[in-house]
Design a protein around this ligand. Structure first.
Ligand code: SF4
Length: 323
């Protein structure tokens, strides 16, 4: 089984589909993208293609350092040209490469594509990540789990892109949208659509930012003569409680659940509630915002109040009608 957990059959099907879309100067991919973004791509022919597998091909040794570096540099240069207005026409970079520093180590990531739009959807230069998936587009009946996984994958790429741009001194907003290309039923043609990935980006960012992440970082929090079998020492180490994971696999689960409950941490309820309410900090504040007893002070709080406050009012109104 490949390390990704996907079956070899699924990976093979995915690779085949991507190959077909990238054939003939990525003709089918350009066609799908032009249909999805008619306001910024007049026609498939209006989109230039820069294929890093052709321009900077891998040598006999896969992932060799010099090729990795050359691919990253080429990606950075294309992004710079787009953001600084030097790109005359929209361009699609195939297999762009980003360096991503996370959890104390560095990794290179290669999304399927990166759309560089000199005049994007807001007339400003825009970068849109592109991910190709071989599962079939069934419109509103498309597998939600597959789409959610794809958005999460794109969120990781978005943070890698943000990091790479920052290293290069480019002023690039973290992408809040990305393009997902699925397979049209009974064919090897693609259907592209713009997916919002803002929430996934924040979710991944929170996971990356929350410390401690490494055992060495945990040990730094333990006093010099402290022991991990001392409850007071253990209690001083911040936890990252996630019921779906912790309750099934950790002997500390009940203690961490109690700590999470005592502090009113939205993580107590696990995903998706914790994602929804984390912007308020704790459950008491979230509750007050939803009841509109508190004025939001941040955009995240305003979103909680707006989304869940309105829902609560509708539920209250329905309850009143029913009684
Ligand atoms: S239950 Fe275990 S894995 Fe979960 S936060 Fe506590 S110590 Fe960490």
């Amino acid at each position: 089984m490949p390390p990704s957990g996907q079956s070899p059959f699924a990976i093979n099907a995915g690779n085949q589909f991507e190959l077909v879309l990238r054939r003939d100067g990525a003709a089918r991919l350009r066609e799908a993208l032009a249909k999805a973004l008619p306001d910024v791509l007049e026609s498939p022919d209006a989109l230039a293609v820069e294929d890093l597998d052709v321009l900077v091909p891998w040598k006999s040794r896969p992932s060799s350092g010099d090729v990795s570096l050359a691919r990253r540099k080429r990606t950075s240069e294309s992004m710079r040209r787009c953001m600084e207005g030097e790109l005359g026409e929209p361009m699609l970079v195939l297999h762009p490469r980003f360096r991503f520093q996370v959890f104390g180590s560095e990794r290179d990531l290669e999304p399927d594509g990166l759309l560089l739009l000199p005049a994007g959807r807001n007339e400003e230069p825009e970068l849109l990540l592109v991910e190709i998936k071989a599962f079939v587009d069934h419109g509103h009946r498309t597998d939600l789990h597959d789409l959610a996984q794809t958005r999460l994958q794109l969120a990781v790429y978005a943070l890698a892109l943000e990091q790479a741009a920052r290293v290069d001194g480019l002023s690039v907003e973290t992408p809040g949208d990305a393009v997902v290309v699925l397979r049209r039923a009974h064919s090897m043609f693609g259907i592209a659509g713009v997916e919002e990935i803002r929430r996934e980006v924040e979710r991944v960012r929170r996971a990356v930012d929350r410390g401690p992440q490494l055992v060495a970082e945990v040990l730094q929090l333990v006093p010099q003569d402290g022991r991990l079998d001392d409850a007071s020492v253990l209690g001083s180490v911040p936890v990252r409680y996630a019921p779906g994971f912790c309750l099934s696999g950790c002997a500390m689960a009940l203690q961490c659940r109690e700590a999470s409950s005592a502090s009113g941490d939205p993580a107590y309820y696990g995903s998706p509630v914790s994602e929804l309410l984390h912007g308020a900090g704790d459950l008491v504040r979230a509750h007050a915002l939803i009841k509109r007893e508190l004025q939001p002070t941040t955009p995240a709080e305003a979103e909680i109040s707006e989304r869940l406050g309105a829902l609560r009012m509708r539920i209250d109104a329905a309850r009143t009608r029913c009684t």
